[in-house]
Ligand binder design. Structure first.
Ligand SMILES: O=C1O[C@H](COP(=O)(O)O)[C@@H](O)[C@H](O)[C@H]1O
Length: 239
């Protein structure tokens, strides 16, 4: 494969592959190694994943890893505020593709709780995450072509607070007019210090979006993914 023509800033780690499956296996290997190391040092480890279509082969590869899954807490970086049987539910996706096989023993913390809106359910979500230790151990982010990551959307009225270093909350409701469902998302203070962070991307369009984000890194309100484009970020990409 021709290496993609993109220059990542110094300190960001390119992990480019020829196929989505190859990259998914490389990402699963890396995540399993981090989790195994962490579980040797701590009673529990956390794994935050993203929804959407990109992570499916990664979920499958990771679910087959031999880890002490009972000591792993899995949650999403963001969720659509829909019932679990709705095809848009990221929880449904994680349960069907990641919490399978060996990984079925993991503990799942759901960002979708009772309530007609994410704002109504916020207190219950905070309670669900009350015992989750920060910093996170592993964070896998995706990215939309509008520059959103997690549910930190450029047009969400809640973005300024959720992406602020002073945001006092780990979770926030997100109601971007561009999206058909309301969302709930982990906030920047909860996400920013993960011990291992990967941006998992597929397709030429995502590479172009990443290039655009890198071209003007300071304007995080326009493209919230920019907040994560820091040294130490692992960028897993395939065509
Ligand atoms: O809406 C979302 O989309 C992004 C990317 O999804 P993909 O289908 O292009 O992989 C995802 O990272 C985010 O968690 C999700 O809520």
């Amino acid at each position: 494969m021709k290496t993609p023509d993109i220059q990542l800033p110094e300190g960001m780690l390119p992990r480019f592959g020829e196929t989505p499956e190859q990259v998914a296996v490389a990402l699963a290997d890396a995540v399993a190694e981090v989790l195994e190391t962490r579980l040797a040092q701590a009673p529990r480890a956390s794994l935050v994943v993203s929804g959407g279509s990109t992570p499916l082969p990664f979920f499958k590869a990771l679910s087959e890893k031999a880890l002490d899954w009972q000591r792993v807490d899995i949650l999403l970086a963001d969720e659509r505020w829909v019932a679990e049987d709705d095809p848009a539910s990221n929880t449904q996706l994680v349960k069907a593709h990641l919490l399978q096989g060996k990984a079925a023993a993991a503990n799942y913390l759901s960002l979708k709780q009772q309530g007609a809106t994410p704002l109504e359910g916020l207190a219950a979500v905070k309670a669900e995450l009350a015992d989750l230790a920060l910093p996170l151990d592993v964070l896998i982010l995706g990215m939309g072509n509008d520059g959103h990551t997690a549910s930190l959307f450029p047009d969400a009225p809640e973005l300024a607070e959720a992406i602020s270093a002073d945001c006092p909350n780990r979770v926030a409701a997100a109601t971007p007019p561009s999206q058909s469902q309301q969302r709930i998302t982990l906030t920047w203070p909860a996400l920013k210090d993960a011990r291992f962070t990967a941006l998992h991307l597929k397709g030429q369009d995502k590479l172009e979006t990443l290039e655009q984000a890198l071209a003007n890194p300071s304007d995080v309100m326009a493209m919230p993914v920019r907040a994560f484009l820091q040294p130490g970020l692992n960028v897993f990409w395939s065509p």
